[in-house]
Design a protein around this ligand. Structure first.
Ligand SMILES: CC(C)(COP(=O)(O)OP(=O)(O)OC[C@H]1O[C@@H](n2cnc3c(N)ncnc32)[C@H](O)[C@@H]1OP(=O)(O)O)[C@@H](O)C(=O)NCCC(=O)NCCS
Length: 417
């Protein structure tokens, strides 16, 4: 292995970054991926970390940061992708050096957690652990009910009997409302991406051409929900609706499943949240679905908490909020939260929480593994359900604090898995 040097990409690296990616992944010239990666390198060269050997870029990885909601607070999640080393340099340790650099860069750059998908064996070495990936899947099949069999065309009819109507999305009319609906639907929903509405956004002056895969539900002249699908209606990319108008969700889902059935799909998959604000509406509308939580495997969705101290300090206001509305509001004491590699001390008193404090001997310790801790933080597991080490040594009053901090919550699916 020769001497190497890692740094952030600059616009001048565009062609070198592109070459490393297409050669590492053997991307065919002029294929869709070839074109989209060229665009990516042109647009986002600065988001790459590059590894140079003798002045030549031989390894690249892109880091895309997003803000992730945890209750009323935000943490920073960085997705790592397109990890590539030129074929003639592979197997010599450069890919590992690049990944170590990427993790260190994220730690130094205010990132709290990271996500990627790929070889579990390779990425485990750099601190990533497999994490569940959730999807809600809709089978498009005939229904057998007693002696009757309803054919697909009968089961997946267009929406009927609803007060509103489904129509194609038109950016010139609907873009602002779409943003509002995103905020309404995801507000406080842990695990969702935080998006700032842009008050100065320019709307297109011409109507969008109608696309049966991009639809809205409108009742009394007000758009109450939107849905974007792709892959010929086989996957639903984004959905949001006004929680006080469940009809919007029923209308949109009924319509998209109808389109999928017409186009011969067997299944429609989505990243809808697994929660009580969504699933009972589907059940109530007699729409069949399956919840899939894919775990592990050689190629997996993986996460890493890159900076626990930073993460916990960002969610302190949410921890205080949860504590103050619990039976443990008056508790005073110290709790350490930690997993294999990182531990953080929290001091609790008068409903306030301070993070990163040195702890005395009387502190309670909640030691768990990285996967469990991330599930607790996202609210997909509660403290009572979590496998923690030495649970018996946590006094019931400290356990009440941890229960207040880590309940099960409405949690988005998708951005973390
Ligand atoms: C994956 C990749 C970035 C690793 O870079 P590298 O310089 O070869 O990596 P290193 O020499 O530091 O480490 C090689 C280790 O990674 C493993 N490895 C290499 N390619 C791998 C792959 N595609 N999947 C899983 N493991 C891989 C090797 O088996 C080796 O393991 P070992 O140390 O036990 O022998 C590089 O091989 C590459 O560009 N591959 C093609 C693109 C790709 O598949 N990227 C995404 C990987 S999920």
């Amino acid at each position: 292995m020769q001497r190497f040097h890692s740094r952030s990409g600059v616009a001048d690296d565009t062609e070198a970054i592109f070459e490393v990616m297409v050669r590492a992944f053997h991307v065919e010239e002029n294929s869709d991926r070839w074109h989209s990666w060229h665009k990516l390198a042109v647009r986002d060269a600065e988001r790459f970390r590059v590894l140079e050997v003798e002045g030549r870029v031989v390894g690249v990885a892109i880091i895309k940061s997003e803000r992730l909601c945890v209750g009323s607070c935000e943490i920073v999640k960085a997705d790592v992708g397109e990890v590539s080393v030129l074929p003639q340099y592979q197997g010599k340790g450069y890919g590992s050096a690049l990944m170590r650099d990427v993790v260190q860069w994220m730690r130094d750059s205010d990132c709290d957690m990271s996500r990627l998908g790929g070889s579990a064996i390779f990425y485990r070495r750099f601190g990533y652990v497999p994490f569940p990936r959730r999807s809600v899947v809709f089978p498009i099949e005939p229904v057998r009910a007693g002696a009757n069999i309803m054919p697909v065309q009968e089961v997946f009819r267009p929406p009927e009997g609803l007060p509103g109507k489904v129509r194609p999305y038109d950016a010139s009319r609907d873009a602002v409302r779409k943003d509002e609906l995103y905020q309404l639907f995801h507000k406080g929903r842990s695990g969702s991406i935080v998006r700032d509405p842009d008050p100065n956004a320019k709307l297109p002056s011409r109507p969008s051409s109608p696309n049966p895969l991009r639809i809205v539900y409108e009742a009394d002249g007000i758009v109450e929900g939107y849905l974007d699908a792709g892959d010929d209606a086989r996957s639903i990319g984004g959905v949001a609706f006004n929680p006080s108008c469940p009809d919007a969700f029923v209308g949109l889902m009924t319509q998209i499943l109808h389109v999928a059935a017409e186009r011969g799909a067997n299944l429609v998959s989505s990243c809808l949240p697994f929660d009580a604000a969504v699933l009972p509406i589907l059940t109530g509308a007699n729409i069949a679905f399956t919840l899939i939580e894919r775990q592990g495997g050689r190629a997996s969705n993986m996460i890493q908490i890159v900076h626990l101290a930073s993460l916990l300090s960002k969610i302190t206001p949410e921890l205080e909020l949860r504590l103050r509305s619990s039976s443990a509001a008056d508790w005073r004491g110290e709790i350490e939260i930690g997993f294999e590699g990182q531990r953080v001390g929290l001091r609790v008193g008068n409903g306030s929480v301070s993070t990163n404090v040195p702890l005395g001997d009387g502190a309670f310790r909640m030691q768990t593994d990285q996967r469990t801790l991330m599930k607790l933080l996202l609210g997909i597991l509660s403290f009572e359900e979590a496998p923690t080490l030495d649970r018996e040594s946590i006094h019931p009053s400290a356990a009440a604090v941890l229960s207040a901090w880590f309940p099960r919550r409405h949690t988005a699916s998708g951005p973390w898995g």
